[in-house]
Design a protein around this ligand. Structure first.
Ligand SMILES: Cc1cc2nc3c(=O)[nH]c(=O)nc-3n(C[C@H](O)[C@H](O)[C@H](O)COP(=O)(O)OP(=O)(O)OC[C@H]3O[C@@H](n4cnc5c(N)ncnc54)[C@H](O)[C@@H]3O)c2cc1C
Length: 313
């Protein structure tokens, strides 16, 4: 018989997904003074913004016009810094079981008890496109993983540019190739790539023929070619799914008591898959989730401007 996965200490609120909805829900729940855990399948936070378009400018987020998507993610993460939110990266949420008045959320690593759960899973877990050959890495290198090794990174997406730079900075001998002429990345990343190329430390091959290969044998190969959303780990949950959406009441609560939904996954915003809509739904869900676990805290958050929080400069 298989050993059950370890049970982590409980938190008041658990959030599934680290995109804009999940990050802002984590902020709001933590601001209200409850304990918060956030679980994200990818090795980094930011949801679609960091996975699909970190290098694009976004114009319609309130009070942050003209920001690159990766800057918006950095600000959302910065907004969390006064709080001790327990962030678990690289864990895929697959199970939800009732547990007394609350829930136990299961991942591929652990089981996490929580008083309330906020589903902020967007279009689904953003999983790397499969590699064409076995043995190729398809997501982020671990820091220092290939120091001193020869590494071939294939792909033109921003993650390929960033991975090549990161590996190069950590002492790997890197070749970056792409079958198209252009590599994507923020201006800062593309400038760093060009500098590393000119200095001779990083080989960059654009418009590579399909059968092109770097000359010497490689110690590791990365195939970074964007991400595909996968809702299947959640779709067996009895949430009354409407296609790819989870319906909810005006407080964001699903048909399961203490389970809330915000952002692209919620049927409430279906025609408006927007960051600003995700933020509003996250604030509502977080405050109702807090009230669900700690009724003495009330639903209404009051004004944050009445508070004193400490942020690093
Ligand atoms: C190319 C592009 C450009 C866009 N431009 C704009 C724009 O200009 N303005 C705008 O307002 N919106 C824009 N959007 C839409 C915007 O990105 C989404 O509305 C927003 O990301 C929704 O946030 P979310 O947190 O609900 O979901 P997501 O950003 O999808 O985040 C959900 C997170 O949950 C994780 N997750 C899902 N399932 C699991 C699981 N089972 N276990 C663990 N983790 C899980 C995913 O990996 C993901 O990181 C754009 C979208 C795209 C694709």
């Amino acid at each position: 018989m298989m050993e059950p996965l370890p049970l982590a200490p409980a938190t008041d609120v658990l959030i599934v997904g680290g995109g804009p909805a999940g990050l802002y829900a984590a902020f709001y729940a933590a601001l209200r003074g409850v304990s918060v855990r956030l679980i994200e399948a990818r090795p980094e936070l930011g949801g679609q913004l960091s996975a699909l378009y970190p290098d694009r400018r976004v114009y319609d987020v309130p009070a942050a016009p003209n920001a690159y998507a990766d800057q918006l993610v950095a600000q959302l993460v910065r907004q969390l810094t006064p709080f001790a939110v327990d962030v678990r990266l690289g864990e895929l949420v697959t199970a939800l079981e009732p547990d007394g008045a609350g829930w136990v959320v299961g991942t591929d690593h652990q089981r996490y008890p929580a008083g309330a759960v906020i589903l902020a899973a967007g279009l689904g877990a953003l999983r790397p496109r499969p590699a064409p050959e076995p043995g190729m890495h398809t997501d982020w290198p671990q820091p220092g993983e290939h120091r001193g090794q020869r590494v071939w990174v294939q792909g033109g997406v921003p993650q390929a540019t960033q991975a090549a730079l990161q590996l190069h900075q950590q002492g790997a001998q890197v070749t970056l190739s792409h079958r198209r002429a252009l590599f994507r990345g923020t201006p800062r990343q593309l400038e760093a790539l060009e500098q590393a190329r000119r200095a001779g430390g990083l080989q960059v091959v654009a418009a590579a023929a399909p059968d092109w290969q770097p000359p010497e044998p490689q110690d590791a190969r990365y195939f970074l070619n964007s991400y595909l959303p996968d809702l299947t780990p959640l779709q067996e949950w009895p949430l009354g799914w409407q296609g790819e959406y989870v319906p909810a009441g005006p407080d964001g609560q699903t048909r399961l008591p203490g389970v809330y939904v915000a952002g692209d996954l919620s049927s409430a915003g279906a025609d408006f898959k927007l960051i600003s809509v995700a933020f509003a739904q996250a604030a509502l869900c977080a405050n109702h989730a807090v009230y669900h676990v700690r009724p003495e805290l009330k639903v209404r958050p009051g004004h944050s401007s009445d508070r004193r929080l400490s942020y690093p400069d």
